[in-house]
Structures are given as C-alpha cells and as structure tokens.
Design a protein around this ligand. Structure first.
Ligand SMILES: [Zn+2]
Length: 97
C-alpha cells in the first residue's frame, strides 16, 4: 500500500502532532526499509484500533474513514505530502489521491 510508505518518516516523535516526512512517495531510496519508530508505532496503533484501516482516503474534502468534512488547512497539508496528516475525528492518516 502506497500510503504505508508515507509512514516512513524522519524527525522527532511529537506525540499527537503531525509527523514530518521528507516527501510522499518512493523516492527516498536512502531511507528504504527504515521506519521511524514513532511513525511505525502510530501506524500500528491506528491499525489495531481501526479494524486494520490506519489510513483514510480524502474525497471532495471528506474523510472517507469517518465522513467528516475536513478543514481546508488540513486538506492543504495532506495534499502537500510534506507531513503525515491525521483526521481530527477518527485519527486515521489521511491521503489524497
Ligand atoms: Zn476521519
């Protein structure tokens, strides 16, 4: 799953804050296979508490995990791919296709 690659992160674990990643995608060849402990923990925790769904797709500004309309600022962050953005309601990791 492509979004799993997004969980490949760098930087500090800042609790429930956004986790910084370099870029979404597979072009982080120097980091392949290396998963930041904080991000991995986040992903695993979400996966176990969300019936295996740690990520939610965003369609027309709506989180497909819980169907809330997301704030524009959240959408912009998710679109940028610069950080891992979590839904403020269901806490799934958001991705925009
Ligand atoms: Zn949600």
């Amino acid at each position: 799953m492509e979004v799993v690659a997004a969980a490949r992160a760098q930087g500090d674990d800042q609790g429930d804050g956004p986790v910084r990643v370099g870029r979404l995608g597979r072009d982080r060849r120097e980091q392949s296979g290396v998963v930041d402990a904080g991000s991995a923990r986040l992903y695993e925790a979400l996966r176990s508490s969300r019936q295996g769904m740690a990520v939610a797709k965003v369609e027309r500004g709506i989180c497909q995990g819980c169907r809330i309309t997301l704030p524009v600022s959240v959408l912009q962050k998710a679109r940028s791919g610069a950080v891992i953005v979590q839904c403020s309601s269901c806490e799934r990791i958001l991705y925009v296709s």
